[in-house]
Design a protein. Structure first.
Length: 587
């Protein structure tokens, strides 16, 4: 079950966005750079003008907002890692922008009709996979079943910082059949066993790494130069040839890529943390586009779209793909405001933030506020509205809840029973839309009498898992919209563990056993109705307890200059806008 990419119908951004463009245009005019390739067509429009130069035909340059710490698909990597992953690696199955699955590394997808997917009476299963003919690693060696056997072993090693052990933890074992086929024996039902996509049992080159791996010895395995240098050997459409830390990565098309050699010869990935700098470089022509969760931003994207549509230089694809929300810290080892453990205080905060205008501002008018990650076009959305707890803006109700919890307002300051002031830190990552959101929230909460500090996570620490999970109060973040995967943000097992190098998406360690049970049903049952009911019950629990606080639907803004065909919307559950990078081309 997956959600649609449709989003809440709201007003479109006004001409006020162009005010910020004036300074950016001045900045870009002072930037020394090559011009944007001419002669391209606007996406969806007719071709015209001059023909782009040969270099423009064979190269694309795009910005990402954060650098990764390694090229593995599931061993760390950090925010925005998916943009790199699709360049170097290929999952068994790929989803297009409409969510339709098709084999990529695999020759075909297992099916119950032909007997390659068998469901046993006891709930266990068996799926048989065949590797696409001619799939090779970048060193020329064939991708073989043993690479999947090895990947399964690595993904289940508790000492390794695996970002998510599903669905590998549902697999009993992986066994080779011949030089191209292997069987996965499942311990339990898994509804998407024939659609192993990105970060799901992606192979690891056993001929290179098996000799250096021993269970439990994470440091020796992860500290090899292999993972974070041009020595990396993947099986994707591009191979890494240059990595200038903090600056750029350069990829070249892999000639022997079995699904077909990429149409663009060279991809240059620039590390540009600031959205306005990205915008200036795109306007000047030094960059072709910006990709990913930490790039450009919604406000800058809306600004660029208005300018490019006016000048005819291209367009910007706006795609709502993430659920923007705030996490609360529940781990007493890191929590600096114990009052957050009181549900009345969390409900007061929810009532005290005027989330509708907040969403309109930070999303440039592309989204309204939301309590949950389901979009209005999702089949479960209407039912969810009758089940979930809601917290409309109501400062008086917020103040009453705080009073019930022992906090009263003296003048402009909220104080506790011992006269202590209510202090709270809000943390977010370094990006324009995020910091605007943080400031508006802080202003609303200050009206309640709270003393709010604002911490911005710099680009250099975005990939620092230990730092990211040790936030002292609230942490604003986003997660790709996927049913039921997005619920994993509240699962107890996803609480970051120092033994796993602090990996885990439940950064605040909210925990509820009933929620965990419903998530398990939603992610394993073969009955769609049963899965849907479990999703609804899980949403009821997490909203009632304010385990997280929903904010808005977060959109990605993907600049598409005239003539560049390929960049654009992705299926929300398939993280990474380079999912079709092998098919990009210049007209």
């Amino acid at each position: 079950m997956s959600t649609s990419t449709s989003h809440r119908g709201v007003r479109q951004p006004g001409h006020w966005l162009l005010l910020g463009l004036v300074g950016i245009l001045l900045l870009s005019g002072c930037t020394s750079s090559s011009p944007v390739g001419s002669g391209e067509r606007q996406p969806g429009g007719p071709a015209g003008g001059q023909t782009p130069s040969a270099s423009k035909r064979t190269q694309v340059k795009f910005a990402v907002g954060a650098e990764i710490d390694n090229l593995a698909t599931k061993l760390g990597g950090g925010t925005g890692a998916a943009e790199y992953n699709f360049l170097s690696n290929s999952p068994l199955v790929l989803r297009d922008e409409h969510g339709k699955a098709r084999p990529l590394l695999a020759a075909d997808m297992p099916s119950r009709d032909n007997g390659s997917w068998v469901v046993n009476a006891d709930g266990t299963m068996r799926t048989t996979w065949t590797i696409r003919q001619g799939m090779k690693w970048h060193d020329g060696k064939p991708v073989v079943p043993q690479d999947f056997v090895f990947a399964h072993q690595v993904m289940l090693d508790p000492a390794l910082p695996v970002s998510n052990r599903q669905p590998e933890q549902f697999m009993d074992r992986v066994e080779p059949v011949d030089d191209r086929s292997f069987v996965i024996y499942w311990k339990q039902a898994y509804p998407w066993a024939n659609e192993l996509t990105q970060r799901q049992l992606e192979p690891i080159p056993s001929h290179i790494l098996a000799s250096s791996y021993s269970p439990g010895n994470a440091d020796a395995f992860l500290n090899q130069r292999f993972w974070a240098s041009p020595e990396y050997v993947g099986d994707g459409p591009y191979r890494l040839v240059t990595w200038d830390p903090g600056s750029q990565l350069i990829y070249r098309a892999f000639d022997d890529y079995a699904p077909g050699r990429a149409k663009i010869d060279e991809v240059i990935v620039r590390i540009v943390p600031d959205g306005n700098t990205q915008l200036a470089n795109i306007l000047s022509g030094d960059l072709d586009t910006a990709i990913g969760a930490t790039s450009l931003g919604q406000t800058a994207g809306a600004t660029l779209r208005e300018e490019w549509r006016r000048s005819g230089k291209g367009d910007v694809a706006i795609n709502p793909v993430r659920f923007r929300h705030s996490q609360f810290q529940f781990n007493p080892a890191y929590l600096e405001q114990p009052a957050l453990q009181d549900v009345r205080v969390r409900r007061a905060i929810a009532h005290g933030i005027d989330r509708e205008p907040l969403a309109q501002v930070v999303t440039a008018g592309f989204s309204g506020a939301t309590d949950i990650f389901l979009t209005p076009s999702d089949p479960l959305y209407a039912q969810a509205q009758g089940v979930i707890a809601k917290y409309p803006y109501d400062p008086a109700r917020a103040q009453a809840l705080l009073a019930e919890a022992g906090w009263t307002k003296r003048g402009d300051t909220l104080v506790g029973p011992n006269g202590e002031s209510f202090t709270l830190d809000i943390r977010t990552t370094q990006e324009g839309d995020n910091t605007a959101e943080q400031s508006i929230m802080a202003a609303d909460m200050s009206k309640l009498g709270m003393q709010i500090s604002q911490t911005v996570v710099p680009e250099s620490r975005i990939g620092d898992s230990e730092y990211r999970i040790k936030f002292p109060g609230m942490n604003n973040t986003a997660l790709s919209i996927d049913v039921p995967e997005t619920l994993r943000r509240g699962v107890t097992a996803e609480c970051p563990d120092p033994a796993r190098r602090y990996s885990g998406g439940n950064r605040g360690c909210w925990s509820n056993q009933a929620f965990d049970g419903f998530y398990n049903v939603a992610s394993t049952s073969l009955d769609p109705t049963e899965r849907g009911n479990a999703v609804l019950q899980a949403l009821k629990i997490i909203t009632d307890d304010v385990g997280i606080l929903g904010l808005s639907y977060n959109s990605e803004a993907i600049p598409v200059p005239k003539g560049l065909v390929g960049p654009g919307p992705r299926w929300p559950a398939q993280i990474g806008n380079t999912w079709n990078i092998q098919d990009w081309y210049w007209e």
